[in-house]
Design a protein around this ligand. Structure first.
Ligand SMILES: *Cc1c(COP(=O)(O)O)cnc(C)c1O
Length: 341
């Protein structure tokens, strides 16, 4: 038994999900002839109360298309210093859109409306880049699965409106936040110009993301997706997996959060753990004693068939997910308790 807690992307489709994929009706999606994709796009747009939606092969492509449709080369994008769009998308914002990122020094991947107000206060001098776009991430990835306070997001939206900035949500794990905070998709649909969502993270689909926005934004995104080589043919097989995930794997995210919190509670009691970051959803970050060291700890865990991610500086990450069973949970907790350096 391998206990893989490296990411929530390691899940395999369940037999029921595979069954849903196999019976999907498909067509050529480049000609908009795939009925499963069309229905899925419409369903997710309705769920969020947004005008339109477009299916993407990855969250990265959806985010990068969003950045491109909101900006011109030379423009300025505001995001947290931990933002996925800045750190983990291969420099795409610079490559595809030619934008500069202004990094905000937030906490756990989240900044305040006040901080945004400060960085957006300079006037339109000819030597400054045009301020165009604000990107936020919910839940935050590098921030350890933290969820934004919705009232802070409302304040941020107000600033974006006053300053005529576009507002994009990287919602790769938005459903984790919705479940944890008991919020609704429509609340988020009202706040943002565009939203990207991944079905291949905690929701357990093998592939698939969606971009939501106005009809105008999505028609631009359609062209960009083709430009990036993301026009797909009988892709309803994959949209069917995402649809299955949306129907059956959203409520259960609470189980992943519960397990992460239980692991955190155990870690708090262990002498070799120096700190556990607050745990809100399915990502857990903790620090081991310097006598142990993160790579050494990871190696020892690996010899017990437990896979974790070292993040440097004695920091370790655990991500719980659909394929992390109760049996694995018991074994992990026992192994952590019995660990000797
Ligand atoms: C995973 C992730 C993405 C997109 O990743 P892909 O692997 O390209 O689907 C975007 N933002 C965040 C916060 C993520 O965790």
């Amino acid at each position: 038994m391998i206990i893989d807690l490296i990411s929530d992307t390691v899940t395999r489709p369940t037999p029921q999900m595979l069954e849903a994929m196999m019976i999907a009706k498909v067509g050529d999606d480049v000609f908009k002839m795939d009925p499963t994709v069309n229905a899925f796009q419409e369903k997710v747009a309705d769920l969020f109360g947004m005008e339109d939606a477009l299916f993407f092969p990855s969250g990265t492509m959806a985010n990068q298309a969003a950045i491109k449709l909101h900006t011109q080369p030379g423009d300025l994008l505001f995001c947290d210093k931990y933002a996925h769009v800045y750190n983990y998308e291969s420099g795409g914002a610079a490559f595809h859109s030619g934008v500069t990122c202004k990094l905000i020094d937030g906490k756990r991947g989240m900044f305040t409306a006040e901080q945004l107000q400060e960085v957006t206060s300079s006037g339109p001098e000819i030597y400054l880049p045009f301020a165009k776009l604000v990107c936020i991430e919910n839940t935050t990835n590098k921030g350890g699965g933290a969820c934004w306070d919705f009232s802070e997001l409302e304040k941020i939206q107000k600033i974006t409106q006053e300053k005529q900035l576009s507002f994009h949500l990287d919602g790769a794990r938005l459903f984790n936040a919705l479940i944890e905070k008991n919020e609704s998709p429509k609340q988020y649909g009202q706040l943002f110009d565009t939203i990207s969502i991944c079905f291949s993270k905690g929701l357990g689909a093998p592939i698939g993301s969606i971009l939501l926005g106005s009809k105008m934004h999505i028609s631009k995104a359609l062209r960009l997706r083709k430009l990036y080589g993301g026009g797909m043919r009988q892709v309803g097989f994959l949209a069917a997996a995402c649809d299955y995930a949306l129907e059956h794997h959203v409520e259960r995210l609470a189980e992943d959060h519960q397990k992460a919190k239980e692991i955190g509670a155990v870690l708090e009691t262990l002498s070799y753990v120096t700190k556990v970051e607050p745990i809100e959803t399915n990502i857990l970050i903790f620090y081991v004693d310097k006598n142990i060291g993160d790579t050494n700890f990871i190696e020892k865990m690996k010899s017990e068939n437990i896979l974790l991610t070292p993040m440097g500086e004695r920091k370790i990450r655990i991500v719980t997910h659909l394929d992390y069973t109760n049996e694995m949970h018991q074994k992990l907790i026992e192994t952590l308790k019995n660990f000797k350096c």
